[in-house]
Design a binder for this molecule. Sequence first.
Ligand code: AMP
Length: 405
Amino acid sequence: MTVKNLQDLLDEGVDGRHVLVRSDFNVPLNDAGEITDAGRITASLPTLNALLEGSAKVIVMAHLGRPKGEVNAKYSLQPVADALSDELGQFVALAGDVSGEDAHERANGLTEGEILLLENVRFDPRETSKDEAEREAFAAELVDLAADDGAFVSDGFGVVHRAQASVYDVAKRLPAYAGALVGAEMEELTKVASDPDHPYVVVLGGSKVSDKLGVIEALADKADKLIIGGGMCYTFLTAQGHNTQKSLLQEEMVDTCKDLLERFGDKIVLPVDLVSAPEFSNDVETTVTDVDGMPEDWLSLDIGPESVKKFAEVIATSKTVFWNGPMGVFEMENFSQGTAGVAQAIIDATRNNGSFTVVGGGDSAASVRVLGLDEDGFSHISTGGGASLELLEGKELPGLAVLND
Ligand code: AMP
């Protein structure tokens, strides 16, 4: 089975053709609605520039946040259209709807080398519907925006693990190609998924154990060490009998964590000290204690310096590192040191060991840039969190499978 890629499409010729592109523009916004990390926009440029240079009429589909099938100005793609205009150096029009009258008028009016961004595809409930007929009806409307000689380029790596209308169903209705970003992501991530050099160290953080359970199970076999920090480590620490007070806890997962610790205890590495605060705020006092010494009723929002040291020692032995999920609430300065310290240890492993180091995911990738770390210090920074995890778990990704001939 082969997947046609962007170069195949360019070789066939895109001059004057409508090309529907699925990009991942799910960027973080601050309270003022400003983009705080444009990494995903930058990552989309190679595909979009190549199509525009080839004189295609480009129509981009993307989502932002979780508007839950309703039009909501808070999740409008307008900030993305503005940022993309700046990055591309040409005006990117935003349609007033997703697949309605305005989108049709604007798509029909495109001339060679022009680009149109459709409104947030998740404003339409059919985008994520479990009902295939509903998704297909929506996909048909999207495909209708391209003329008879249209094509589809799948470039939203962050969504290829979803069988959604603009990712999956559209691909069945048009000649479909993998975009430059999807191609590059697959190449790098496959190196980790298929045959990593050992020692292979996996670093997991983020908020929920349940989200990462599949990957913990799958990687516990393959990896030599599994470092666990972030919001999910407290459920593991509780499973070990520690009292983590009011820290994030998934009570229903404690037994599962006990089981994982029994089976993979020699591989799993947990924090030894914690940064805690009386409430979830950057403007309160903080304290560092060992895992048993947290003040009553406080909550831990980061791993402590001894944990960073312990994790860094393990990372320093690696030949391959995969990291997904921040070590603490890195968005608040007082709780960003754990993530920054672990990220720096991974950068050092790249530089000093020639270790192949991959950052998998939205939040972790954003944290690298938000914390001002050196992006070049990693072998690869993936744009997709869930997608890269599912790939490493060995799951089939519907948005990629559908591109196979
Ligand atoms: P995820 O979306 O599962 O990757 O989780 C990322 C989020 O986890 C980030 O927004 C972090 O702020 C959050 N997080 C990390 N550590 C903690 C913690 N100790 N308590 C609460 N949230 C956390």
